[in-house]
Design a protein around this ligand. Sequence first.
Ligand SMILES: Cc1ncc(COP(=O)(O)O)c(C=O)c1O
Length: 380
Amino acid sequence: MLIKERLFTPGPVPLPPQVIKALGQQIIHHRTPEFTQIFKQVREKLQKLLDTKRDVLLFSSSGTGAMESAVLNFFSTGDKVLVINAGKFGQRWKELAETFGLNVIDYSIEWGKTYSREKVEEIVKANPDIKGIFVQQSETSTTTYHDVDFLGSVSARLEDCLLVVDGITSVGVYEVYPEKSGIDILVTGSQKALMLPPGLSVLYFSQKAEKRLEKSNIPRYYFDVKKELKKQREGQTAYTPAISLIIALNESLNLMLEEGIKQLAERHSLLAEATREAVKELGLKLLSESPSNSATGVYAPEGINGDELRKILLSLGFRVAGGQDHLKGKILRIAHMGYFDFNDVIQVIAGLELALNKAGYSVELGKGVKKAQEIIIKNI
Ligand SMILES: Cc1ncc(COP(=O)(O)O)c(C=O)c1O
């Protein structure tokens, strides 16, 4: 039987038709007025997305490139930093910081939980000289949301501390406004809620962070913020950019700004709530105590291997993600960020009901779908 594959992984995510169309165009040269014009528009639209007048830089790299640039350009070897390490990507902040000689205070948190305010206060009290706090606003490996406003207020109280936020699966899902939240450095990547293929990363930095650019002593070449800042202000990049992705980003930003950032955040909130309530209705347990609106992590039922369940779901047309590291084989992660609407949620829940039954876990067909519909109908 013909089965269409539908992508429900937390990156890459499906592409809107406008983006696919833009990606299908003949390449243009980047050292041209035509590219400069598009590039300037893209940077202005990113400023609108983040509600800032400050520079927003683009790198041709995956999201980790912008994470690395945050460490390289704004910190120095020996700087003491706090890493909120609550999953695979929290661990990445730690590894990046240590790779470049920073002195990491590792606040390790059980996967699926968020940080405790008291604990952060305690660490900061004992270490008032910390130069940075690193966090994921949305930790994709555990589908957990970490509040950044509180961390922003903590960081602002300290003499010389920057709040560094990985917004790779929060920008375009939530209203992420770095100036309002006291975020000093924000990074994101293209293959998530920006609705593009992988290959672009984005970096915002505050005025407070800018002062660090003169001080940082870590060697760098490609990810040189000062060099990029100069070029990007002129509508160019230091090296050959991912031209086609930037042209496509112009289109996806149009879609996001036309929808409105508040409305976009409300849509994600609705899709996430409908997914969470539906899986709970099917008797499944959520992975996260502080669930993110970008994707829903859910434990496979007792006695059923998550990867087996995932294979069955794929055979029915739904590609979802599994667990990483110690969660491998235990969970499913179902994305609802970017180009998703409520019909996608209804579909994937229907598919999950079929897959659970096929895996030997009996659920009443339509039970989860009904729950999702009950939530959706109140909001449409
Ligand atoms: C929260 C988060 N941070 C960092 C990354 C790494 O991004 P990339 O794979 O684009 O380098 C991801 C990718 O899944 C992510 O979800």
